[in-house]
Write a protein that binds this ligand. Sequence first.
Ligand SMILES: NC(=O)c1ccc[n+]([C@@H]2O[C@H](COP(=O)([O-])OP(=O)(O)OC[C@H]3O[C@@H](n4cnc5c(N)ncnc54)[C@H](OP(=O)(O)O)[C@@H]3O)[C@@H](O)[C@H]2O)c1
Length: 328
Amino acid sequence: MRALVMTAPGGSEYSHVREVDEPRPGPGEVAVDVARAGLNFVDVMARRGDAGYVASWPYRPGREVAGTVRALGPGVTGLAVGDRVAAATTGGGLAEVVVAPAVLTVPVPDAVPLPQAAAAPLGLATALLLLTGAGRFTPGDTVLVHSAGGGIGRAVAVLVPLLGGGRLIGTVGRPDKAPAVEAAGYHAAVPRGEGLATAVLAATGGRGVDLVLDPLGTTALEVDLAVSAPGGRIVLFGNAGGGRLDALPPAGRLLAGNLTVTGFSHRGLLADAPEQVAGALRRVLGHLADGTLGAPVTELPSLEAVPAAHDLLLAGRGAGKYVVAVRG
Ligand SMILES: NC(=O)c1ccc[n+]([C@@H]2O[C@H](COP(=O)([O-])OP(=O)(O)OC[C@H]3O[C@@H](n4cnc5c(N)ncnc54)[C@H](OP(=O)(O)O)[C@@H]3O)[C@@H](O)[C@H]2O)c1
């Protein structure tokens, strides 16, 4: 079978589509014929060589897929060969066949097209868990989302109205990304740089934000603290730049501001609480099926197109969510 293989840390020169052995499902696992796979920044970080993402090279990227069940491992019940499914994986999803834990393999309703389903196991599920779990979103909240122009930022924009509505402020790495972010549903989009806290506060009428979703390591933490309203929650959920993480703010600052700083890791949940990811995946697929949620994606034609798309994401020039057509 064909799979994307990263042979060493670096750039796209180390990413190749290769023939590899087909994986077989072990106990409690499901083999999936991949129709569509989602692209995620975590694979860009892995390719870049960020610490903690790749145990050994060559590395097989791909963390979310949609397709049909190819084979069931021993002990798997509730699924049958040929079922349409979406699955979260710990890797290897950018391939014609991937093996996923059965607990993370969820039926896709007929009404949901597989390109949309492929954006759900990591992208949409993460956005839902960030809002409803770690972020304790309540209707009417003002939410600040850093890197609002990427897949997660777009997912938050479609989920907040579904969860009761709120005011959305996004930050972007390049000013030319701001119009698309506002068109996607953000009330304001602010380029990151000098005066960011002032601009965000101005966009809230001086009141501050209730929730910050921050995948920028600790680089924007000072801004997050400065713009948070009393009772504000700050969720740290990534380290896009790959730099060193600073210490958290002194407890006195959190006490005085009635603030909460929380971490979130999809990868951590896959290992420790996979049912939470599966529950979020079921919920977003249900909303996609009944039409209460739309999730626009940009579709790449083949696995061969993925290294260039990863280049685009690495350069901060991506727009929205990308999925790739792996099979017809
Ligand atoms: N903790 C988790 O479980 C989890 C799950 C999913 C995603 N994430 C994180 O959430 C972030 C967004 O994910 P995504 O799926 O929306 O990503 P994406 O669609 O691949 O887009 C990447 C985003 O990262 C931003 N970015 C910030 N700093 C960057 C840098 N130094 N180099 C390149 N891009 C940079 C870019 O926008 P701007 O230039 O506008 O900032 C862009 O929106 C990523 O950092 C990802 O690792 C974490």
